[in-house]
Design a protein around this ligand. Structure first.
Ligand code: PHE
Length: 342
């Protein structure tokens, strides 16, 4: 009997079969249990011999079952560990992920280059009031420059006859806000969205500018030229790129200049920093005394330069993108073509 069960337990393959064996041997009606019941019919002498033997057998079977149970559980765990093994060195499944938009990327590049020259980043709201967008910049009501901007006006409530808010037409209002906040001396750039009602291959109703402003005791046009040439050399990665300053007019600067960078066309391809052509990239000048005053800075003690540059414009030039409108279509095929999509 002992051999029968010990062998069977050793050869059992799973927990269910082991349980069947347990019932058959030491369960209520198991073979060993029945034998133990027969002890009652034996003579005391017989019982003294058979009793301890049966008890020992029962204990032996029980511990054999417990040991087998533990061994089966171990084996099951080993199996699982083997079959559920994870190879963490396999390459991960790739999923599509977003990337930086060219305009954002260029904005970052611009900010980094100016940061090297000590310019901090200033900000202002895109919904601006009449004072900051126009008056403070020496563009009084009825000034012809107001018409040139193709301004988007916000609605006022009925009966409210204050000048309406506008979508800022340029980043120049941030000049005023930055002066108010920091005073002089100051060196900031202000990149951001601006709005004008205009639409064609080179104009979108929303576009991006970066304003630049430096105010000090003796800041001059020469400093402006140096800063811009440093900037263009770094941005286009062309040492010694030439700029051309053309006399111009803005109400908020005096004197004013429009700045071109050197370029040429070779086989229908635009080449920046080569040849004897010119491409207009920004407006600039020495800050008008009235503008300094509007920003709370004494024009008898301080002077400064300011410029405003189209970010999308210089992005188009740097990456050879012909149509500005494509920037804002969010077409992944287009973004990928220019190396920006995922
Ligand atoms: N605000 C001007 C524009 O949008 C650009 C400019 C900025 C000109 C600062 C001079 C000084 O056209």
């Amino acid at each position: 009997l002992r051999q029968k069960y010990i062998d069977a337990i050793a050869n059992v393959a799973d927990e269910a079969a082991l349980e069947d064996l347990r019932v058959a041997a030491v369960g209520k009606k198991g073979e060993v249990s029945l034998k133990m019941r027969e002890l009652g019919k034996m003579t005391p002498e017989e019982r003294q011999v058979a009793g301890p033997k049966l008890n020992a057998l029962k204990d032996e079977i029980n511990s054999a079952i417990a040991a087998k149970k533990a061994a089966l559980a171990d084996a099951a765990l080993d199996d699982r560990l083997r079959s559920e093994w994870l190879d963490v060195t396999l390459p991960a499944h790739s999923r599509p992920h977003g990337t930086i938009h060219p305009v954002s990327q260029v904005t970052e590049e611009v900010a980094a280059i100016f940061a090297d020259m000590g310019f901090k980043v200033a900000e202002g709201p895109q919904i601006e009031n009449d004072w900051y967008n126009f008056d403070a910049l020496n563009i009084p009501p009825h000034h012809p420059a107001r018409q040139e901007f193709d301004t988007f006006y916000m609605n006022r409530a009925k009966g409210d006859d204050r000048p309406p808010h506008v979508l800022r037409t340029h980043t120049s209002p941030v000049q005023i806000r930055a002066m108010e906040k920091t005073g002089a001396p100051i060196r900031v750039i202000a990149p951001g969205r601006v709005y004008r009602s205009d639409y064609d291959q080179t104009h979108t109703p929303m576009f991006h500018q970066v304003e630049g402003m430096a105010i000090g005791k003796d800041i001059s046009m020469a400093n402006l030229k140096w800063v811009l040439e440093e900037f263009f050399a770094a941005f286009f990665e062309i040492d010694g790129i030439k700029t051309r300053f053309r006399a111009s007019h803005f109400p908020f600067t005096e004197p004013s200049a429009e700045v071109d960078i050197q370029c040429s066309w070779v086989d229908g391809q635009l080449r920046i920093g080569e040849g004897d052509g010119w491409m207009e990239v920004l407006g600039s000048g020495m800050m008008h005394p009235k503008v300094l005053q509007a920003g709370g800075i004494d024009p008898d003690k301080w002077q400064g330069f300011a410029f405003g540059m189209g970010i999308d414009r210089i992005a188009m030039l740097k990456y050879g993108i012909p149509d500005l409108r494509a920037f804002f279509d969010s077409d992944l095929r287009w973004l990928r073509h220019y190396g920006f999509g995922a």
